[in-house]
Design a protein around this ligand. Structure first.
Ligand SMILES: [Mg+2]
Length: 169
């Protein structure tokens, strides 16, 4: 497995919280594979995971992960003030701040990321379907968008590096 060692406390915490909320790197890697396999004949799961790792090493991404998950957890514990508590707990359609946080992740990797994010958000394959299952009793209002955005960004990164052989950060 190509997992990198976290370089900072922020990164360590972001990775830990994703895992605690039931999202593994493999789950995100599978979303990248879903998005990119139609375009790359020789795509491997290993290169999907490598790109997920690179995206997770970005500070902007780590901050989005921690902010979103914190709000999900507080909503789950009924610790937010009304009306924000109800808005986040019920994943109200017109709220939209969850998508904005996700876009702050996608933004790091350019326009292919936006297209991929929109597509995967509509299709909801794999782990995204589980996160959207409201009967679980969990609140993943922010997490589903964040996971979709990490996968979309990793796909974008993969597409760029395949096209140019360029070294992306
Ligand atoms: Mg959402």
């Amino acid at each position: 497995m190509s997992e990198e060692q976290p370089k900072t406390e922020l990164e360590r915490k972001a990775r830990e919280w994703l895992k605690e909320r039931g999202v593994t790197l493999n789950d995100i890697g599978e979303l990248v594979y879903y998005l990119q396999s139609p375009y790359h004949d020789t795509l491997t799961m290993e290169s999907c995971l490598l790109n997920v790792d690179k995206v997770l090493s970005k500070r902007e991404v780590q901050n989005a992960v921690l902010t979103g998950i914190q709000l999900d957890v507080l909503a789950e514990e009924k610790k937010l003030e009304s009306p924000l508590q109800e808005t986040i707990d019920t994943d109200e359609g017109l709220y939209g701040v969850d998508e904005i946080i996700a876009l702050s992740i996608v933004n790091v990797y350019g326009s292919i990321g936006f297209t991929n994010y929109g597509y995967i958000d509509k299709q909801k394959p794999g782990i995204l379907k589980d996160l959207n299952d409201k009967s679980s009793g969990k609140c993943h209002t922010f997490l589903d968008d964040i996971v979709g955005a990490i996968a979309a960004s990793a796909s974008s990164r993969l597409a760029h590096s395949a096209a140019n052989d360029e070294e992306l950060d």
